[in-house]
Design a protein around this ligand. Structure first.
Ligand SMILES: [Zn+2]
Length: 243
């Protein structure tokens, strides 16, 4: 069991801060502001470079994630907690789940042959409800990529998803961070003059992962150029109040 660091924000009283909870704590689902008691406290999981590096070394997580084509057999092993680079035959901790993943992936590849990424195989496992090894959720959480599991803060809907998965991981991370702050990347509220707005908030989160500001600025501009990031229309309320 590991503790997960997160930032919290209360929409009612504005109370913010950082805290950590054990990974499997029931408190993830019963969030309440400690100050005013308002329900639905927003939590944003903080990227944790040390944990991300751990999975990168053990599972080559970033490399498999970035690979443009992952075979069904490789995906089934990876999602069973085995790195095919290190252990191509592997003995999964849960052989039944591994067989189920392999059967499903092989069937899909046969009926709908195309090049698939690890992210796409993971989607299949999640959509079909096939149990998979949680290491990948932990890694995504730690690396600040995508939405890992059931925690409220990561439940933001993803549009444009398949297109985004072709972006470099750093740029995906920016889009995911925007969503974790409760904003839609293609409808960012325009900040009042002199204020930093969403970009500054995102940088505050991502600067902890050791990224350089120049790289971040370049990635942000590339996302704007590709229309992945856009401002909300000026005549509409950018951030409708929730009741
Ligand atoms: Zn509050």
């Amino acid at each position: 069991m590991t503790d997960v660091l997160f930032r919290y924000h209360c929409a009612e009283c504005g109370n913010t801060g950082e805290a950590s909870l054990p990974d499997d704590s029931p408190e993830w689902d019963t969030s309440q502001c400690a100050k005013c008691g308002a329900p639905d406290l927003e939590r944003t999981i903080c990227p944790d470079p040390a944990r991300a590096i751990w999975w990168d070394e053990l599972m080559h997580a970033s490399r498999w994630w970035a690979r443009s084509c992952v075979e069904p057999e490789q995906a089934a092993l990876l999602l069973s907690g085995i790195n095919p680079n290190k252990d191509p035959k592997g003995t999964p901790a849960n052989p039944e789940a591994h067989r189920e993943l392999l059967a499903e992936f092989t069937a899909i590849q046969k009926t709908d042959p195309r090049i698939r990424t690890l992210a796409q195989w993971l989607d299949v496992a999640r959509t079909k409800g096939i149990p998979y090894d949680r290491w990948i959720d932990e890694w995504m959480e730690a690396a600040g990529i995508g939405s890992g599991g059931s925690k409220k803060a990561r439940a933001a809907p993803v549009s444009n998803e398949s297109k985004e998965k072709t972006l470099p991981p750093r740029q995906q991370m920016i889009l995911q961070t925007i969503r974790s702050l409760g904003k839609e990347p293609t409808a960012l509220p325009v900040p009042p003059k002199g204020k930093g707005g969403v970009k500054a908030e995102v940088w505050k989160v991502l600067s902890k992962s050791g990224a350089s500001k120049d790289t971040f600025d370049n990635d942000w501009q590339a996302l704007r150029d590709g229309d992945y990031i856009a401002d909300a229309p000026a005549n509409e309320p950018a951030d409708p109040p929730t009741t």
